[in-house]
Design a protein around this ligand. Structure first.
Ligand code: ADP
Length: 385
């Protein structure tokens, strides 16, 4: 089965082509035949997502010759309360994805545009929506519920949904495998730290709490998002004249590491901090402290973690950020092996970076969201046959 995986953003379209092996072949992930990104959609020759797909096909055919996909798997960030499973897309599902735009204004609209463009280009081809929120459908009520009036919760779906689900699913599975623990017995805290960042408490291989909530704004300090804030701060700004559109910009594009350090590129921040830049040092301290607090809390949420796992751009590459975080966990008995931590820079597979006497292992696991999207797409398509 040949699957095209699409992650469609507002100005870029990431794609990957995978050949999936038959179920039971022992290698469910399949082979990556090609991958790439079409950038600057809307700015240059590529005017919209439809033209981005044309450009993608041109590139693919240069490399692979003529390609005929069996299905397209789309990453969709917000599935709201309606989708507890990945979905074969029809007009009804697509409209529901568009209706969730207010909850993920930067993500769902371009996700939907990618779907519409692919449906126009390949009518009749199965298109599957793989939601970031689905992995967190297992959150218990005490974790998903906000303490707000029930009628508002019901009317607007005000609850914690959680995101980065495909990444957490993949990384959880790989970490359990690397440690030789059956997935159903695996308890852990997983930190996905990229430009967007969230932490998840895993119990028995399932998500039982996660730091992003109703929207991808809650929780950790991110590249350009602040994570947790006192809601009173937003009321205050509103009274000072900040409207919803202005706040959306402030909270999505102007906050987080960018606000603290002047850049959201962790490489630059670490380098500046090492050269003695005070703002960069402060930014690292704020972000790593926030993550350490969540790890402590999620140790409780999962009833005692059996492992701590780092993944995504910063988690996989920045030994400095990992060290600053884990240095705060000494009272839990969690300790790094400094040499192993430094050596784990862009590892190809799961590796352990904790000291031999650490209370629990600390791992770096390179994430592979596309693999989970491809598997989920293949599963939905197979269930049709
Ligand atoms: P996204 O959330 O956009 O998928 P990624 O997971 O790709 O983001 O992570 C992007 C972040 O990873 C950026 O802050 C980038 O600076 C950081 N990063 C990538 N490589 C390195 C590195 N070698 N050292 C430190 N940070 C890195």
């Amino acid at each position: 089965m040949l699957i095209l995986i699409i992650n469609s953003g507002s100005s870029s379209l990431k794609y990957q082509v995978r050949r999936m092996h038959p179920a039971g072949s022992g290698d469910p992930g399949g082979d990556v035949l090609a991958e790439g990104t079409i950038e600057q959609i809307g700015e240059g020759d590529v005017r919209d997502h439809g033209q981005a797909l044309d450009a993608m096909v041109e590139k693919l055919e240069d490399g692979l010759g003529r390609v005929e996909f069996d299905a397209v798997g789309h990453r969709v960030v917000h599935g709201g309360g309606r989708f507890e499973r990945h979905q074969l897309i029809d007009e009804d599902v697509l409209r529901a994805i568009e209706d969730l735009a207010p909850l993920a204004p930067l993500h769902n609209p371009p996700n939907a545009e990618g779907i519409r463009a692919a449906a126009r280009k390949w009518p009749g081809l199965p298109q599957v929506a793989v939601f970031d929120t689905v992995f967190h459908a297992t959150l218990p009520e005490h974790a998903w519920r906000y303490a707000v009036p029930g009628e508002l919760q019901e009317k607007y779906g005000l609850r914690r949904y959680g995101f980065h689900g495909s990444s957490f699913e993949y990384v959880t599975r790989e970490a359990a495998r690397a440690l030789g623990t059956p997935l159903e017995e695996f308890d852990a805290v997983v930190a996905h730290v990229g430009n967007g960042a969230s932490a998840t408490a895993i119990s028995g291989g399932r998500s039982v709490d996660t730091s992003m909530g109703f929207t991808p704004l809650e929780g950790l300090v991110m590249g350009t998002r602040p994570g947790d804030l006192d809601p009173g701060l937003l009321l205050f700004l509103q009274r000072e004249g900040y409207g919803a559109d202005r706040l959306q910009e402030l909270l999505n594009q102007e906050s987080g590491l960018k606000a603290l350090a002047g850049s959201n590129d962790m490489r630059r921040i670490v380098k500046a901090a090492e050269e003695g830049n005070g703002r960069a040092q402060m930014a690292l301290a704020v972000a790593s402290y926030r993550l350490a607090k969540y790890i402590g809390a999620y140790h409780v949420a999962c009833g005692g973690a059996g492992a701590l796992v780092f993944t995504a751009g910063v988690g996989e590459h920045s030994a400095r950020f990992r060290a600053l975080t884990v240095d705060r966990l000494g009272m839990l008995g969690i300790r790094l092996d400094p040499a192993a931590n430094t050596a784990a820079d862009d590892p190809r597979e799961a590796c352990t970076i904790s000291a031999a006497d650490s209370a629990i292992p600390v791992l770096v696991v390179p994430t592979d969201e596309e693999q989970v999207i491809a598997e989920a797409t293949a599963a939905v398509v197979s269930s049709l046959q």
